[in-house]
Design a binder for this molecule. Structure first.
Ligand SMILES: NC(=O)c1ccc[n+]([C@@H]2O[C@H](COP(=O)([O-])OP(=O)(O)OC[C@H]3O[C@@H](n4cnc5c(N)ncnc54)[C@H](OP(=O)(O)O)[C@@H]3O)[C@@H](O)[C@H]2O)c1
Length: 307
């Protein structure tokens, strides 16, 4: 039979993620929006999270026009505030239960910030640590019931090459005594890999959910233009010109989200669609366990450890 008389065959090839539900934080700009576009084009239902309702509505419209017929829904939450992360988790639980059979196939923890000056969140935590590490930690915990319900769910957390050549500053994790924007960002991106490795150690015996870290490379986005001094904005404007388009970075996210068979033994840390070794520090089980315990405490989960 002619291929053209078998549209369902053609459809299967073009929409390999039809029936999958993928949640992406920071899906209103940059790498997150590009990943949403890439995954929607493969047929996945996209749930996006942004801090601005207006930018969320615009991103949803862009996705619907690029991939007509694919289910798209955006949520609004400021991930700097744990109260909002918890409220977001509840909204997603209700929405996914009502519209997506109560299962989430992939969670992409992508939202991130780089800020020139020290700011504290309403919970009293340093903002970069709160948005880049504590929010993914807490949101992943809140969404575990949906991830458990999927056949083999994945948690992707967008880290960075910046996680190398640094450490967790245990004496002053919030960098209250001496804030350095680069150190704050590097520490948070190291925390992303430590979280990923510890998630697999912690949950592999009890669940099929597996975690992976993504290194998008240098990407031409506006991350260094938001909440930053003039000189930092100028430097980032020069530097980002060397970066790739967000659609290139999104390919690694799409690959790790959609590869049919994948296990952390195949690679924990992915860049340019290939697994590479993260820093040795990022693989230290003592450090990841210590960060896990600290994060549970800071997210108010320590008394009710049900991971
Ligand atoms: N660009 C690079 O070269 C590079 C390299 C390595 C790693 N990364 C990582 O890639 C991820 C995405 O960065 P990007 O370069 O694509 O930056 P971006 O263009 O600024 O996008 C960041 C996204 O996160 C959202 N966001 C920021 N703070 C938030 C908050 N408090 N609550 C909810 N959403 C928030 C932003 O919303 P708005 O649209 O409202 O700003 C935006 O959607 C980050 O984790 C970053 O660390 C980037």
């Amino acid at each position: 039979m002619d291929r053209l008389t078998q549209p369902e065959v053609i459809l299967d090839t073009r929409k390999p993620l039809a029936g999958k539900t993928i949640l992406i934080t920071g899906a209103t700009a940059g790498i997150g929006l590009a990943a949403a576009l890439a995954l929607a084009s493969k047929g996945a239902a996209i749930l996006g999270v942004g801090r601005s309702e207006e930018r969320g509505a615009q991103a949803a419209a862009d996705l619907r026009s690029a991939s007509p017929g694919v289910p798209i829904h955006y949520f609004t939450a400021d991930l700097a505030a744990q109260r909002q992360v918890r409220r977001l988790g509840e909204e997603i639980l209700q929405y996914v239960t009502a519209h997506h059979n109560g299962k989430l196939d992939v969670l992409v923890n992508n939202a991130g910030v780089f800020t020139s000056w020290y700011t504290a969140t309403e919970d009293g935590f340093e903002t970069v640590f709160a948005v880049n590490h504590l929010a993914p930690f807490l949101l992943t915990r809140e969404l575990l019931p949906l991830l458990h319900a999927a056949p083999a769910a994945r948690v992707l957390t967008v880290s960075s090459r910046s996680h190398r050549n640094t450490r967790i500053f245990w004496g002053d994790v919030m960098l209250r005594r001496f804030y350095n924007p680069l150190l704050a960002y590097k520490q948070s991106k190291l925390a992303n890999v430590l979280f990923t490795a510890e998630f697999n150690r912690h949950l592999s015996g009890t669940t099929r959910v597996r975690a992976y870290a993504i290194d998008p490379g240098l990407v031409n986005t506006e991350i260094g233009l938001k909440n930053n001094y003039g000189v930092v904005r100028w430097v980032w404007n020069q530097r980002r010109k060397q970066g790739v388009d967000p659609s290139i970075a999104a390919k690694t996210i799409a690959m790790v989200a959609s590869r049919p068979k994948l296990d952390p033994a195949d690679g924990l840390y992915w860049r340019d669609c290939q697994s590479i070794a993260p820093s040795r520090y990022a693989l230290r089980a003592d450090e990841s366990a210590k960060l896990w315990a600290l994060s549970e405490g800071l997210c108010g989960l320590a008394d009710n450890n049900s991971w």
